[in-house]
Design a binder for this molecule. Sequence first.
Ligand code: CDP
Ligand code: CDP
Length: 226
Amino acid sequence: MEKKLSVAIDGPAAAGKSTVAKITAEKFNYIYVDTGAMYRALTYKALLQGVNVSDELALKQLLEITAIELQPSEIGQLVYVDGENVTSEIRNNEVTSTVSEVSKHRLVREEMVRRQQELGRSGGVVMDGRDIGTHVLPDAEVKVFLIASVDERAHRRYQENMQKGFSADIEKLKEEIALRDKLDSEREVSPLKKAADAIEIDTTSLTIEQVAEKIIVLIEERKERA
Ligand code: CDP
Ligand code: CDP
């Protein structure tokens, strides 16, 4: 039987991880796991319930009683918290500006990593995030680290907002992205970092299709050696 690989895609905000991870997962009929959506889902619930995001124990206890489900659909991945569809809500500004405060806590990460490893345990998975190649799937056969300039990433988020009919300030987007990169890279527990054996791809001047194609080639090459 053909070997089903584990593919880890990491990198900073708006580097194109989830877009190319979805394309790659579809191509090989693998499952796609958006780990950022899981941290966003917990952040959404903490804000809704007024839980202090500096209180590590309170967040851990909240996570223990929170069901987070990721469901593929025709219109993209749907995210459910305790059975409620929160796909749009988890992308709002409040969640985006708070999520790094939630994700920095060790007790939160331990439980998230446990759930993510469970989702990836049978292989045939493309998982994207910040610590997939370094902590969640350290034995992944293919590891990719996507980067792009802050200007390009802010521009991508700007375009995304425009397409959805929202207004956006490019300078604010740049600041938000740079701050989140800093918090995610400087936290003590499993910071955003390229795994030693990951292949770095600078996507600044590449299209989505070009990036996806590079990753597909890496997977095909690895499958031939499996
Ligand atoms: O899509 P975007 O790049 O804006 O972010 P995301 O992938 O949805 O992740 C949101 C936040 O969750 C990140 O800024 C990190 O603080 C956190 N995160 C993490 O700590 N570890 C992961 N494996 C994935 C996300
Ligand atoms: O998951 P992550 O935050 O890394 O990024 P994303 O949500 O997949 O991509 C952010 C935006 O950039 C999306 O609107 C993509 O369509 C766009 N993008 C792009 O324009 N060129 C690329 N090479 C990759 C993504």
